[in-house]
Design a protein around this ligand. Structure first.
Ligand SMILES: Cc1cc2nc3c(=O)[nH]c(=O)nc-3n(C[C@H](O)[C@H](O)[C@H](O)COP(=O)(O)OP(=O)(O)OC[C@H]3O[C@@H](n4cnc5c(N)ncnc54)[C@H](O)[C@@H]3O)c2cc1C
Length: 275
C-alpha cells in the first residue's frame, strides 16, 4: 500500500508524565490524524539540531479527530524513556513544534470475518493496540457478536496501562504481571495459552505488540493452535520510508523492511534468528 506521506510541523498540545515513568505526547496534525490507521507510525525529529541526527519512530496510541474550530485533528503518542532521544522528547514543552513524517508503514489488517479479536500487549506494546481497540469497537457496534479480548502483560502493576480505557470500549481484559502484583502471575503468552481453549471453535485473529521474545513465543502458540496472528515489530530504524535499508527482517518471502513492508507482519512469515 503506498499512500501519501506528510511532513508537518506539528504543534505540541501536551507532553506529560503518566504512571510508571511513561509519557504522553499530543500533537496537532490534522492530515496525519485523518489518514493514519492502527499500527502505522510517525517519525519524529526530536529537535532542530543535528544531534540526535535521526528521527525516532512512534506508533499512534490514539487519534482525536477533527472536533471543530479548536481541534483540527490530533494524535496521541505513548512513550517511554529509552535513551537520549526520548529523554530530550520528554522535556519538550507544549506550544513548541515538532517536525514529523507520517503516516508510515503498513498497519494492522482488520478482518470482519473474525468473531474474536485477541489483542496482546507486552509492556509499552500497548501503545498501538489502544488505537486498534477503538477501531475494532466501532466495528463491534455494527456487529455486537464480535468479541474483543485484551491481554496486557507487564513486569509489575505500575507498568500496566489503559485498563480502564479498554474496559470503556467493551473489551474483555486479562492482566498478567511477571511479579504477580496484578492479575495472572507470569508471562502474557502463558496466560494466552491458558485462555485459548475458550476461543478454540471461533474464528479468531491475534494482534500483538511487545518485545521480540513475546512475539517469538506468540508466533509458536498461534501456529500450534492454528490461529492467525499479526505482530508489530519495533526494530531500530533510520529513514522510516524504505530508502536506507537499515531495518531489514528475515521473512519466508525473503528480507523485508520493517519501516515500509511492516511494521505489522503476519507472525507466520517471520524467520526468527537462531540463538
Ligand atoms: C514502528 C515503531 C513504533 C514504535 N512505537 C513506539 C511507541 O509507541 N512508544 C515507545 O515508547 N516506543 C516506540 N518505539 C520505540 C522507539 O522508537 C525507541 O524507544 C526510540 O527510538 C528510542 O530512542 P532514544 O533516542 O531514546 O534511544 P537511543 O539512544 O536511540 O537508544 C537507546 C538504546 O535502545 C536501543 N533501541 C532504541 N530503539 C530500539 C528499537 N526500536 N528496538 C530495539 N532497540 C532499540 C538502542 O540500540 C540503544 O541501545 C517504536 C519503534 C518502532 C520501530
Amino acid at each position: 500500500m503506498t499512500s501519501k506521506i506528510y511532513q508537518k510541523n506539528a504543534t505540541i498540545i501536551d507532553n506529560f508524565r503518566i504512571n510508571g515513568g511513561y509519557y504522553k505526547l499530543i500533537l496537532a496534525t490534522p492530515e496525519i490524524a485523518d489518514r493514519i490507521i492502527p499500527g502505522q507510525f510517525v517519525h519524529i525529529r526530536i529537535n532542530d539540531k543535528t544531534d540526535p541526527l535521526l528521527r525516532r519512530p512512534f506508533s499512534v496510541h490514539r487519534v482525536i479527530k477533527n472536533k471543530g474550530k479548536f481541534n483540527k485533528g490530533q494524535i496521541e503518542i505513548l512513550y517511554g524513556i529509552v535513551g537520549r532521544g526520548t529523554e530530550i522528547l520528554s522535556k519538550v514543552s507544549p506550544k513548541k513544534k515538532l517536525d514529523i513524517l507520517g503516516p508510515l508503514g503498513n498497519g494492522f489488517k482488520i478482518g470482519s470475518e473474525y468473531s474474536t479479536h485477541i489483542l496482546i500487549a507486552g509492556g509499552m506494546g500497548v501503545a498501538p493496540l489502544m488505537f486498534l481497540a477503538e477501531r475494532l469497537s466501532k466495528a463491534k457496534a455494527k456487529n455486537p457478536k464480535q468479541k474483543i479480548v485484551v491481554l496486557i502483560g507487564a513486569q509489575t502493576k505500575r507498568k500496566i496501562f489503559c485498563e480502564k480505557e479498554f474496559k470503556k470500549l467493551g473489551c474483555d481484559i486479562r492482566i498478567s504481571t511477571d511479579d504477580g502484583s496484578n492479575g495472572f502471575k507470569g508471562r502474557v503468552t502463558s496466560q494466552l495459552t491458558q485462555i485459548l481453549p475458550l476461543f478454540k471453535n471461533q474464528a479468531s485473529m491475534i494482534y500483538a505488540c511487545g518485545p521480540e521474545a513475546m512475539h517469538r513465543a506468540l508466533a509458536l502458540i498461534a501456529r500450534q493452535n492454528n490461529i492467525r496472528a499479526q505482530i508489530s515489530l519495533e526494530t531500530y530504524m533510520a529513514c522510516g520510508f524504505g530508502v536506507c535499508m537499515g531495518c531489514t527482517t528475515n521473512t519466508s518471502g525473503g528480507y523485508k523492511l520493517v519501516c515500509k513492508d511492516g511494521p505489522v507482519f503476519d507472525a507466520n512469515d517471520i524467520v526468527w534468528p537462531q540463538n
